[in-house]
Design a protein around this ligand. Structure first.
Ligand code: SAH
Length: 218
């Protein structure tokens, strides 16, 4: 699947993109370095390859999109990850965000409700050698209790509400990063489980995501 080389030109464009992200306010060096290492053009359809290092979202099939690099960087930074962390992602999509997480933590679990996208991402990430990323096909509203609790949970689709199931799957000290709202844009929230029964919510900028929907699609 990855027939495309990663040339000096690609690396140069990536460097520029990372500089833009830093200028837009992303500060976490580990996040910026991970994104500089990952060839985003491997996660896009052929038609969009030449725009892979523009700071924009693109269609990836099944009516879905790969998030804008700034959004990926912003959400990843909010997770405040440590190398030993275990992270759950809802909305695998292209697999790009999972790869960014895979560079930063020891274990990544990612769920996608579209079978075609899930299969494609699983194959690609395996081929790229990410042995610490596991792809699951299913409905992210249920989370993934088998591997819970998590240090971080990231939802990469617009959530209509904060799913209690996902809060339950956080470790004490764990963070849920969630774009909340059903309107045109969503409010980015970070909800930290500060004690067994106590959560702290912080509000950030507004972003635009495809909707988080119930049920899985074969
Ligand atoms: N993180 C992705 C972005 C994908 S867009 C990337 O890096 O490319 C959001 C994805 O969330 C879509 O693929 C959509 O199908 C998926 N999604 C929406 N609702 C979901 C749910 N309930 N469970 C799992 N995935 C969901």
């Amino acid at each position: 699947m990855v027939q495309r080389p990663d040339t000096y030109r690609h690396k140069g464009m990536r460097k520029k993109l990372i500089a833009q992200l830093a200028k837009k306010g992303i500060q976490d060096k580990r996040v910026l370095e991970a994104m500089e290492r990952i060839p985003r053009h491997w996660y896009l359809d052929e038609a969009f390859v030449k725009f892979a290092y523009d700071d924009t979202a693109f269609k990836i099939g099944a009516g879905q999109t790969i998030s804008q690099p700034y959004t990926v960087a912003f959400q990843t930074e909010l997770l405040q990850l440590k190398p030993t962390d275990s992270v759950l992602e809802i909305g695998t999509g292209s697999g790009y965000q999972a790869a960014v997480l895979g560079e930063l933590v020891s274990k990544v679990y990612t769920i996608e409700r579209h079978k075609s996208l899930s299969d494609k991402a699983r194959k690609l990430l395996k081929q790229l050698g990410y042995t610490n990323i596991r792809c699951f096909f299913g409905d992210g509203f249920a989370g993934l209790p088998a591997f819970a609790p998590y240090d971080g949970i990231i939802i990469t689709a617009a959530a209509p509400e904060v799913p209690q199931t996902l809060l339950d799957q956080l470790k004490v000290g764990g963070r849920l990063v969630i774009p909340l709202g059903e309107g045109d844009t969503q409010q980015m929230l970070r909800i930290t489980r500060v004690a067994e029964e106590e959560y702290k919510t912080e509000e950030f900028d507004r972003f635009k995501f495809v909707p988080m929907l119930k049920g899985a699609v074969r």
